[in-house]
Structure formats: C-alpha cells, structure tokens
Design a protein around this ligand. Structure first.
Ligand SMILES: C[S@@+](CC[C@H](N)C(=O)[O-])C[C@H]1O[C@@H](n2cnc3c(N)ncnc32)[C@H](O)[C@@H]1O
Length: 311
C-alpha cells in the first residue's frame, strides 16, 4: 500500500512496518512517567516516539526533533493518528524541524524527564535512492538530512582538495587507504552519482570480505555533510542543563565514532557527579532482533540518569 500523507509525502509499506531499533530497551531505560515531559531528538519514522506517546497520558508532553523535513512530516502524520486513536488520553506533542544541537533554544532548563536520541540515518532516508545515502542505487550525491541547507556530498567530492578529502575519509570513515581513495576520486572528477563514486572507490582499493569497498567512504561523506559528530557533542553538552534531577538520557549509536563520543561524555559526566551510568556496557540487539532487522546488528544503547545533587 502506498498513500499520501496530508503533506504530500509518500508513505510506503516499509515505513508503515518500520520497527525501531532496541525499542523495548530504549523505552525501559527511559522509564516514561505518565504526565512527564520527554524529548525524542531523532523522530525519524516515529517508532520510538509512538511508544513514548502511548505511555504519557493526557498531562504528558513529547517534544520531537528532526531536521529532515520529510521525516518530520511523516512523524507528524503517524503521531497525529496515534493521538486521534488515544482521544482524551492523548498527550501534547510538539514538533521542531531543526537540528538537535539547537535543543536549548526550544527546551527550558531542568524541564525534561527523559531524552532519547537514536542517531544516524533512518531506513526511509537510506532506502530512498534520490536522497543519495546509498551506493546500492544510482542517484545524485546529496546525503543531506536537512535538504534545505548545507553542502551536498556531490559538492564535497567534486570541490574539496585531495588532501582534505583524504583527511575526511580517514577521520570519519576510518579508512586506512584514504589517500589512495582521495587520489582516485580527484582523478575521476566530475563524480556524477552515487554509483559512479562507488565504482571509483571499488577500482582503487582491493575487494573486502564483509563490506563493499565504498562503505567507509560513504560513511565519511555522510558524517561530514551532516556534521554528525559535532551534533552529538553539542547535544550531550546541553543535556544535563535541560534534564530534571533523576531524569534519564538514552542514546543509540550505530558506529564506533558515535559510540566513543557518548561513552566518553557519560564517563566524564559521571566523574563530575552529573550522571549515574545505567549501562556499564552498551546494550546491543539480541539474535532475534538482528534476524528481523539486520540494521540493529551495529546498534549500541547507553543510558544514564541525572544525579539528584547536580544542578
Ligand atoms: C535512526 S533515525 C531515528 C528513527 C526513530 N527513532 C524511529 O523510531 O523511527 C534518525 C533520524 O534522526 C534525524 N537526525 C539525525 N541527526 C539529527 C540532528 N542532528 N538533528 C535532528 N535530527 C537528526 C534523521 O533525519 C533521522 O530521521
């Protein structure tokens, strides 16, 4: 079934069936309190958000962020339907179409009972060829989550110096052969599409056992274009001021660069007496979830509770 949302965004079977990663674990750690105020920093297809909305009750409030206008429209559509179904038991739901690094402009200090962030790209973004996130389909190289602003991946690969490209691919893709890849890209310019870039990278580096040789280069470009690591750092820095004492912070990462930032930030916060860490080791998906949803294989969930004494 395909049908149009009120905003004209195509909603597919796949988005309808969308299953959020580590759903039960995320909601258990958030420990949603009826009547509380919660933030979902990464609404995406609103799977986690729906779970929160269903537990909040009429006095509760969910504030949802997504900087991708299409994702925000779909999330609104889905959550409005859930609220209609809940009727008088529905909580208040607010939407913010901005990057979560700007959270402090939208949320009052010490007003939040729980904050969830499920980083990275949604399956909708990844599977929609025209968004340019995947090398599985041939498409223009965009890769911007917020399609209203910023450089596209095409501009980056075609305009950056070889040296800058190599550094970016090394830092954000953890690609040991970054210099070789950057040289091949510069020689192959103009790079016209995702499939073209994948071919250039595949011809420059030897085949790999488990992943396509362009995987790391694509990851690097996506992280750079969306400033993903800076966004996470800004969110983790802002969070302690926005949460009430005993409020929970739950983050889900999909690669080691994201997870390292979260792990270090939690550890430093714990040393400063801001956080009590609730996950000594990150929580990962079980076999059954990985079978159902292979994307969950790399997910790592970390949770912390704000201490009562920190301001
Ligand atoms: C992995 S998906 C979230 C899926 C969601 N938890 C669900 O249940 O459907 C991540 C979403 O966060 C959004 N996003 C990523 N980084 C963001 C940022 N810095 N600010 C706002 N939204 C962001 C993306 O546009 C994407 O829609």
């Amino acid at each position: 079934m395909n049908f149009n949302t009120p905003q004209g965004v195509r909603m597919t079977n796949q988005s309808e069936r969308h299953v959020p990663v580590l759903f039960k674990e995320a909601l258990d750690f958030l420990s949603v309190r009826p009547g509380g105020a919660y933030v979902d920093c990464t609404l995406g297809l609103a799977g986690h958000a729906e779970g929160i909305v269903r537990q909040l009750g009429p006095a509760g409030h969910l504030i949802g962020f997504d900087r991708d206008p299409e994702a925000l429209d779909l999330a609104k559509f889905r959550l409005q339907r859930v609220c209609q179904e809940l009727g008088s038991q529905a909580p208040q739901v607010s939407f913010v179409g901005e990057a979560f690094s700007r959270i402090a402009e939208h949320v009052k200090p010490a007003s939040i009972d729980g904050l969830l962030a499920d980083f990275g790209v949604s399956s909708l973004q990844f599977d929609e060829a025209r968004r340019g996130f995947s090398f599985q389909a041939d498409a223009p190289m965009d890769m911007r989550m917020d399609t209203r602003t910023g450089l596209t991946a095409g501009q980056v690969v075609n305009e950056m110096s070889e040296r800058e490209l190599a550094n970016l691919i090394y830092e954000y893709g953890e690609e040991r052969r970054s210099r070789t890849v950057a040289r091949a890209i510069v020689r192959g310019r103009p790079v016209t599409s995702t499939a073209h870039l994948a071919r250039i990278v595949a011809s420059a580096v030897p085949p790999m056992k488990h992943i396509h040789p362009a995987t790391r280069t694509f990851q690097a470009l996506r992280i750079f274009v969306n400033q993903e690591l800076q966004e996470i750092r800004a969110l983790l820095e802002a969070a302690p001021q926005l949460l009430k004492p005993s409020a929970r912070l739950v983050v889900i990462s999909f690669h080691s660069l994201e997870d390292r930032i979260c792990k270090d930030s939690f550890r430093e916060g714990a040393q400063q007496g801001i956080w009590k860490i609730l996950t000594r080791k990150p929580v990962t998906a079980g076999e059954e979830e990985i079978d159902r949803n292979p994307r969950s294989r790399s997910a790592k969930l970390r949770a912390a509770e704000k201490t009562v004494n920190s301001s």
